[in-house]
Design a protein around this ligand. Structure first.
Ligand SMILES: [Mn+2]
Length: 510
C-alpha cells in the first residue's frame, strides 16, 4: 500500500463504489463485495471502501473477513468512528465481548451524544457480565433444569391455567400427558392465530423430547427400509410461516416418511418458539421418523445475542428458557442416513462396507484434522455441554466448505473451512457417499459442491427478510437416490426478525 494512487484510479474506484453501494441497498451482497473488492484494488488507501466491504461481509455472516476489513479501515484512518462500529459488531458476533466493548467506547469518544451506541454498549456490558457470572457457576452447583422443572410440576407450581381455552393435550387417568396428531394440528392453528401455549404444555413437550434425545446416540443411525424416504431440511431460523409451507411440501412424518431437521431451527426469526415447539411436538409423536440435529444456534451463546433467549423468556418465562437451553445440549450432533437397497447406478459413488449409499448429515461440516472416524463422533459426550470455540463438537456445528484444496481460516471467525480434497479423503476413509450440511445461505436453497461429495441445504427462504434466496430440501430414498425441491418465501405477520433481542443490540446485529 506504499505506492501513490493515481487520480484516474481514484476516480474509477469512486465510480465502482457508487455501483457497490447500489448493490448493497438492493441486498445483492455478493455482488457488492465483488465491486468493493475491485475498487479496493484500484484505491487501497480509501478507508471507506474497506469499511463498506466490512459491513457487506457482516450481512453475509462472514464476520472473520469483516473483522479484518474493519481493522484495515481503522489502520488507514484511526479516527474513523464507523469502522470501529463495524468491528465492534464483528467482535460481538464471534463472542469477543471485551473487544466489542473497547471499540464501542472508541465510537463514543468520537460521538459522545450517540445514544444508540451508548445503549448498545450498555447491552454488551450486560452480556459480558452475564457470561462471566455463568462461567463462575460450576455445573455441579446448578441443579439440572430438567429436575428443577419436574420438581416445580410436582409441587403444583406449573398447573394448567383454568382460563386456558386452547388445544388440549390428551391425559390419562393418573394425569399423565401424551400427544396425538389432532393436538399438533390444533397447536399449529393456535400459533397461526398469534397465541401461545400454556407453560405447562411447553414443559411437557420439551421434557418428553428430552427423554427421547438422551436415548439417542450423538450420531444417530437412520436406516431407510424398502419404500421409505427421508427429507433433509436445513436452517429454518424461526421462520414459522415458511416452515409450515415447507412441511406442506415435504409432508408430515409418517411410518414411511422421515423428516430430518439439520439444526438452526431457532434465532433470528421472531417465531422461534413456534418453530421449535412444532418440531419437538412431531418428535414426541413420531420419535422414530422425526429427527433433529443440533445447530450452532441451539446454544446459549447464540441464543443470547440472536433472539431465542429473549423470545423464550418473553413468551414462557426464565425457567422455560433454562429448560430449552439444557435440552438443546441433548440433541444429536449428526445423523448417518443409510440406504438399505443397492444404488440404482453404481458408477464411482463411495459406498458403505455393505455396498450401500450413506450420507453423513451435520449442521456445519468436517474437521480441522484428518483421521476423524464415525466412531469418534459417536463417542462425543455431548449432554450438558456447549460446543465452545474449538474441538470436534465445535467443528461439527460451525465449519464451512471452501473451493480451494486443503484447509483455510474461517470467514466467520469460528471453526475452519475445509476443501474438496479434505471431503474426498474423509468420505473415502469412512465409506460415506456424501456429506449433507446446512449452516450457510445458498441462493438456490441448495448447492452441490466438492465434486458432488458435499451438499449444502438451507430452508429459510428470503433469510432474515432480506437475502432474497430460495429455500430447499433434499429427499433421499431407500436406494440412496437424492432429489431436490426448492420453494419461495411466504408472507408472514408484520414483525421484524430479532424482535426479542434486548436493548439496542437488534439494530447493531440486523
Ligand atoms: Mn448455522
Amino acid at each position: 500500500m506504499q505506492e501513490e494512487v493515481s487520480e484516474a484510479a481514484k476516480e474509477t474506484a469512486a465510480k465502482i463504489k457508487t455501483e457497490a453501494n447500489t448493490a448493497f441497498k438492493e441486498h445483492a451482497f455478493n455482488k457488492a463485495v465483488l465491486l468493493y473488492s475491485q475498487a479496493i484494488e484500484l484505491n487501497p488507501r480509501d478507508a471507506t471502501l474497506w469499511s463498506n466491504r466490512a459491513f457487506t461481509r457482516i450481512k453475509l455472516e462472514e464476520h472473520g473477513y469483516a473483522l479484518s476489513d474493519a481493522t484495515t479501515a481503522i489502520e488507514l484512518d484511526p479516527k474513523y468512528s464507523k469502522a470501529y462500529y463495524r468491528r465492534a459488531t464483528c467482535y460481538l458476533q464471534i463472542m469477543k465481548y471485551k473487544q466489542a466493548i473497547a471499540d464501542l467506547k472508541r465510537v463514543l469518544q468520537f460521538e459522545p451524544k450517540n445514544d444508540l451506541v451508548r445503549s448498545q454498549l450498555d447491552a454488551t456490558q450486560k452480556i459480558m457480565r452475564k457470561v462471566e457470572f455463568e462461567k463462575a457457576i460450576t455445573v455441579e452447583d446448578e441443579q439440572s433444569p430438567v429436575l428443577r422443572c419436574l420438581e416445580i410440576i410436582k409441587e403444583g407450581g406449573c398447573d394448567l391455567e383454568k382460563t386456558y381455552t386452547g388445544p388440549k393435550l390428551p391425559q390419562n387417568d393418573e394425569g399423565k400427558y401424551s400427544i396425538n396428531l389432532d393436538f399438533v394440528h390444533a397447536m399449529i392453528e393456535w400459533f397461526k392465530d398469534g397465541k401461545t401455549l400454556p407453560r405447562r404444555y411447553v414443559w411437557e413437550i420439551v421434557l418428553a423430547v428430552h427423554s427421547i434425545f438422551v436415548q439417542e446416540e450423538t450420531m444417530v443411525n437412520l436406516d431407510l427400509e424398502d419404500d421409505m424416504t427421508c427429507d433433509v431440511v436445513g436452517d429454518v431460523h424461526g421462520q414459522f410461516y415458511d416452515m409450515l409451507h415447507l412441511y406442506s411440501l415435504t409432508g408430515e412424518p409418517t411410518d414411511k416418511h422421515c423428516l430430518l431437521m439439520n439444526g438452526d431451527l431457532v434465532d433470528r426469526g421472531s417465531w422461534s418458539i413456534e418453530v421449535i415447539l412444532t418440531a419437538f411436538a412431531f418428535k414426541w409423536l413420531y420419535p422414530k421418523t422425526m429427527y433433529i440435529n443440533r445447530g450452532n444456534h441451539e446454544t446459549k451463546d447464540m441464543n443470547r445475542t440472536y433472539g431465542f433467549e429473549g423470545e423464550a423468556k418473553h413468551k414462557h418465562g426464565d425457567q422455560t428458557y433454562k429448560l430449552f437451553a439444557h435440552i438443546f445440549t441433548a440433541m444429536p450432533l449428526a445423523t448417518l442416513i443409510n440406504a438399505t437397497k443397492p444404488p440404482l447406478q453404481v458408477g464411482k459413488s463411495i459406498l458403505s462396507p455393505e455396498g450401500r449409499k450413506r450420507y453423513f448429515v451435520v449442521h456445519g461440516g468436517l474437521f480441522s484434522k484428518d483421521g476423524v472416524t464415525l466412531e469418534d463422533i459417536r463417542k462425543i459426550d455431548r449432554i450438558g455441554r456447549q460446543p465452545g470455540q474449538e474441538g470436534l463438537m465445535c467443528e461439527l456445528l460451525w465449519t464451512d466448505p471452501q473451493d480451494l484444496p486443503g484447509r483455510g481460516p474461517s470467514k466467520r471467525g469460528v471453526g475452519i473451512a475445509f476443501g474438496p480434497d479434505v471431503t474426498k479423503r474423509w468420505c473415502t476413509e469412512n465409506g460415506v457417499t456424501g456429506v449433507i450440511r446446512s449452516h450457510e445461505v445458498r441462493q438456490d436453497g441448495y448447492a452441490i459442491e466438492h465434486d458432488g461429495l458435499c451438499t449444502t441445504v438451507f430452508s429459510a427462504p428470503n433469510y432474515v427478510d432480506q437475502a432474497g434466496n430460495k429455500g430447499a430440501f433434499i429427499r433421499i430414498d431407500a436406494a440412496g437416490t437424492q432429489s431436490y425441491t426448492q420453494f419461495d418465501a411466504k408472507p408472514h405477520p408484520p414483525m421484524k426478525p430479532m424482535a426479542y433481542v434486548s436493548g439496542g443490540l437488534a439494530s447493531l446485529l440486523s
